[in-house]
Design a protein around this ligand. Structure first.
Ligand code: GDP
Length: 487
């Protein structure tokens, strides 16, 4: 009888249910096929429709990739400034801005929009986007080659740039008629889609069907956002059917997109795996705690209390005994359960306090608690490679935990929860910064991130609205109530 091979590839689904394709050189990107072996929670299964859509999209990226005649033609069109009736390939360029969480959520949003609208997605390689991830497409690229791209300083467009979709609409360059009927001759060769937190109502009109009908004919879109705009795409009626088929479990959009798109490159994967194997792998359970603090903020006993009361109230971490209280001794050392706590933060203070607490006091349950923090960078840095690689490794490590506690309104935590398929316990910001909120945390409604700036006006209908009332499963975000819907 032949022995069955017990390789990790057999026990773990290296292609994540068909989300990934085989055939990449494994040496060039260890994480792509190894990530499943590091996940205790295998996560959700992607739908067959999503898989087929991804395969079709990969062919499109191949057919229209930089270096092809189709791409050169599209660039020539862009240089000419004129639209073309039926271009062979249409593109969306995603411009990364702000922190790493923002950049990842922006790229995921642009990618989903590209899937929905049959556009080729190209990510601007600035802000380390070319230094953190593996290549996404086999034989093609997801990075925009900056040389030869004719839009000068395209990455710095702002709310005031004339070519933003909002300004084009406001100035009636397109969409002048109430029925949004516009001839090809009127259409520009490109438009900037500006969806930052300060975007105006015209920019945020982007999500309505009339706008999508107009934008379909614009060959090049350059999109910049610091938001997870995916819930907004559910507001477009024309996209809803496709989204429903791609994501029958609508709370798992970032979960699938994140696992498809963002593979740590070999350097970052080394940071992830060495840390995981050294400090987290052996524990019975891993608890991730993301403490988002800001550079100038003093050490906060209130945040520490919020963390301990949240984790102990919900039995994520054990309570500790007072000095001298009799301890529960397990029958043997080998039977002791252990929890490894991964704290991520810019400052070391909270982690040091929690670690001391579990050293100086026995736990009420007899569990062993070890507490670890990979780095403390002190303040957010921009354009520093080693800073970004640590941030990415820590986001990924958080996603490998079994239980997650996050700070509200943080895209850093959002990416971790989506990748991990984890519904986190969210610590809300104290109302006045000093009082510990009661309750200290709440379970998030889903693993999906919140959309901070949903549209609240429909220009075509001249109507103010509440985006969370339009689609039943798109609700207001509990951690950002004045913000927007979450799927
Ligand atoms: P957000 O600002 O909380 O939404 O998250 P972002 O990831 O967009 O921006 C915060 C940035 O600050 C990160 O990308 C890191 O550069 C840095 N940062 C914040 N918290 C941490 C942390 O816990 N660990 C590390 N290594 N960097 C952090």
């Amino acid at each position: 009888l032949a022995m069955q091979p017990r390789s990790s590839a057999r026990r773990h689904d290296r292609l994540l249910g068909g989300l990934l394709v085989d055939g990449f050189n494994e040496e060039s990107c260890h994480s792509r096929y190894q990530s499943a072996t590091y996940r205790r929670n295998p996560g959700r299964q992607p739908s067959t429709y999503l898989i087929s859509k991804l395969r079709r999209h990969e062919s499109l990226q191949m057919r229209c990739r930089p270096g092809t005649a189709a791409y050169s033609n599209a660039l020539a069109q862009l240089k000419s400034g004129k639209s073309v009736a039926s271009p062979e390939c249409r593109y969306i360029v995603s411009v990364p801005i702000e922190g790493l969480g923002n950049r990842i959520l922006a790229a995921a949003s642009a990618f989903l929009y590209a899937l929905l609208t049959d556009r080729v997605v190209l990510v601007d390689p600035s802000n380390d986007m070319d230094n953190l991830f593996c290549e996404l497409f086999l034989g093609a690229t997801w990075l925009l080659p900056p040389e030869g791209f004719p839009l000068a300083s395209y990455a710095n467009f702002s709310i005031d740039t004339a070519e933003t979709y909002g300004n084009v609409l406001k100035n009636k360059v397109i969409g002048g008629g109430a029925d949004a009927a516009t001839t090809d001759a009127q259409l520009p060769a490109f438009a900037y889609v500006y969806l930052h937190s300060d975007a105006g109502i015209h920019d945020r009109n982007f999500f309505w069907d009339e706008d999508q009908r107009l934008l379909r004919h614009v060959q090049w879109l350059v999109m910049s956002t610091d938001n997870y705009i995916v819930p907004g795409l559910f507001l477009t009626k024309a996209f809803r059917g496709e989204l429903g088929k791609m994501f029958p479990e609508c709370d798992a959009v970032l979960h699938h997109l994140g696992r498809y798109l963002f593979h740590p490159n070999n350097h970052v994967w080394g940071l992830v795996t060495r840390y995981y194997d050294a400090y987290l792998a052996g524990a019975t359970q891993r608890v991730g705690i993301q403490v988002r603090v800001f550079g100038g903020q003093p050490n906060s006993p209130e945040i520490l209390e919020q963390i301990t009361s949240c984790t102990q109230k919900h039995k994520l971490l054990p309570e500790v005994l007072a000095a001298g209280e009799p301890t529960t001794l397990p029958a043997s050392r080998a039977k002791k359960k252990s929890k490894a706590v991964l704290v991520t933060s810019l400052k070391p203070w909270c982690q040091e306090k929690i670690r001391s607490m579990y050293w100086e006091h026995a736990t009420a349950t007899g569990e062993v608690v070890s507490v670890h923090q990979p780095s403390h960078e002190e303040y957010q840095r921009f354009g520093v490679k080693s800073h970004d690689t640590k941030a990415w490794a820590e986001i990924y490590l958080l996603s490998l935990t079994d239980v997650l506690v996050t700070t509200s309104q943080s895209t850093f935590g959002y990416v971790a929860q989506g990748l991990g398929g984890l519904r986190p316990w969210v610590m809300y910001k104290p109302a006045n910064g000093t009082v510990v909120p009661d309750p200290p945390c709440r379970r998030d409604v889903s693993m999906e991130p919140c959309f901070f700036q949903p549209p609240n006006y429909n220009l075509w209908q001249d109507q103010w609205l509440d985006a969370s009332k339009i689609v039943p499963h798109v609700q207001r975000c509990p951690d950002f109530p004045w913000g927007g819907p979450e799927t």
